[in-house]
Ligand binder design. Structure first.
Ligand SMILES: Cc1ncc(COP(=O)(O)O)c(C=O)c1O
Length: 478
């Protein structure tokens, strides 16, 4: 009898009202669960079924968030995307343009959906990356760092750069390992290292001259950096150009970091998603191209940042086969493969870009020329408002010191621990302009270093930037 009850219970499923209805009776013909309960089974049947079912508190207790995710519940993007939806302010928070990406890449995607196109473009492709795309990536980066790259063993295509960060960290870091993270840092580095069981060790870039308005003056203290390296150090994560600061690490800085890695046998996870966005005479140096660094560097890129299509959520990593094998294994045990049509379109677009690299027709050239104008527009607006910009050498974010306008803000209603969170929320609510609080890009002990700033994204339509200018003027005159 007990067995029969369990078997019967297995065929039952809860209704939306929390009552039990047999599968066969959930058609529109019988829509009332009260009817089902009363007419079809004696009440003793239901009490037996209840005894074999877990209560909702049992379920909640057993399936509480697993320990490995405890402490990682809060996420700046979740919070601020929500705030944006609620307040509908001018959104200079997230890093993407509010206009159409380049026509040519969008058309490449449309081609994959042509009814005459290869039907297999709608099916799974090779797990480590669609052949057309990995070949294009190997070709592109092989030329840029002046070495042959094997598309099959030395490249991986992932769900955004995020996916590559996940695979690089999960497959190379474990309990007992330390990973050095340079602040400010893209916020996911820290939780990923902790999820992998590793311990993050933080070092902050600091402005050598606080009144200097360029990201170039934010530097690492190399003695302090050296003091973080030890036998447990497995990796250092470098992000150049840096988000949120816009700092472009110099060749010398990267060489110094590389030398420490060689001395202590450490790998570099080099997040270069803004590699094409470098202004004026600054040069993006790929750390993998430095003497002796290929063997110990995993370099990460993003289609979202490369072609301004963050919604495609495609990224990649490349590096020596002995390191990429680790990432391949993490990837095959996670999402296994990325969407085929997107990879096909991206591969086709990259083939075109490779041919026009370093010419004025190159998309990368056009993008950086266009963005420099938007950056300069925002620098002027920020300076006119009385706030102080940290003029970025790269990327499309700007750190802005809001302290000079502190007396215009009434933060008394805001409850966040960090002043930048309080200011950003107050600003979004009262002046309808949303930025991101950059203390989100610092470890707990160092968040105070960012409290005087907010991060603004200037990859927006000219009208959007003009509206931002008006809002900033209004704040100044309030
Ligand atoms: C420095 C940095 N790395 C990685 C990413 C993630 O890129 P993707 O959207 O391709 O996952 C971002 C996104 O903003 C970023 O700024």
């Amino acid at each position: 009898m007990a067995c029969q009850t369990i078997r019967s219970a297995a065929r039952l499923r809860p209704s939306v009202l929390g009552k039990i209805i047999p599968d066969s009776l959930t058609s529109s013909r019988i829509s009332s669960s009260r009817f089902v309960r009363k007419e079809l089974f004696p009440s003793s049947f239901y009490s037996q079924v209840r005894m074999t079912s877990s209560s909702s508190s049992d379920i909640q207790n057993k399936f509480a968030l697993d320990n490995k995710y405890q402490g990682l519940e809060n996420n700046v993007w979740v919070e601020f995307i929500d705030l944006n939806a609620k307040l509908q302010p001018l959104n200079l928070g997230q890093g993407f343009p509010d206009f159409m990406p380049a026509e040519s890449v969008v058309r490449e995607l449309a081609k994959t959906c042509d009814i005459e196109a290869n039907p297999l473009l709608h099916q799974y492709t090779r797990g480590y990356g669609h052949p057309r795309l990995v070949k294009a990536l190997a070709n592109l980066y092989g030329n840029l760092i002046n070495r042959g790259i094997n598309p099959m063993t030395e490249v991986l295509v992932t769900g955004g750069a995020y996916g590559s960060l996940f695979c690089a960290i999960m497959s190379n870091v474990g309990p007992g390992d330390e990973v050095i993270i340079i602040e400010p840092y893209f916020d996911c580095y820290e939780p990923l290292v902790r999820l992998a069981g590793g311990t993050p060790r933080f070092i902050s870039l600091k402005p050598e001259n606080p009144t200097d308005a360029s990201s170039a003056s934010w530097a690492l203290n190399m003695e302090e950096l050296r003091s973080l390296f030890n036998v447990k150090t497995k990796a250092i994560i470098v992000n150049t150009p840096n988000n949120p600061l816009g700092k472009v690490f110099t060749r010398q800085e990267l060489t110094d970091i590389g030398d420490l890695c060689k001395e202590f046998n450490v790998i570099v996870i080099s997040d270069e998603v803004y590699e094409w966005l470098v202004y004026e005479d600054n040069v993006h140096t790929r750390i993998a191209s430095l003497d002796g660094m290929w063997d110990r560097t995993i370099t990460i890129g993003s289609a979202g940042k490369t072609f301004s299509l963050t919604g495609w959520k495609l990224g990649w990593s490349y590096g020596p086969a002995h390191l990429m094998r680790n990432l391949h294994i993490a990837h095959q045990n996670c999402v296994y493969a990325c969407p085929t049509p997107l990879q096909e379109a991206l591969g086709a677009q990259l083939e075109k870009e490779i041919k026009r690299l370093n010419t004025p027709d190159s998309f990368f050239y056009k993008m950086v020329t266009d963005l420099k104008e938007r950056r300069d527009l925002m620098v002027r607006s920020v300076r006119d408002s009385g706030m102080i910009p940290v003029v970025p050498e790269g990327g499309y974010f700007m750190m802005v010191n809001w302290k000079p306008l502190e007396n215009k803000a009434d933060l008394s209603e805001e409850t966040d621990a960090q002043a930048d969170y309080r200011f950003v929320k107050w600003f979004a609510k009262t002046h309808k302009l949303l930025g991101i609080p950059p203390s989100a890009f610092y470890s707990n002990d160092h968040k105070h270093l960012a409290e005087d700033y907010l991060r603004l994204c200037f990859y927006k339509k000219t009208e959007t930037l003009q509206k931002a200018d008006e809002i900033l003027k209004h704040l100044k005159n309030s």
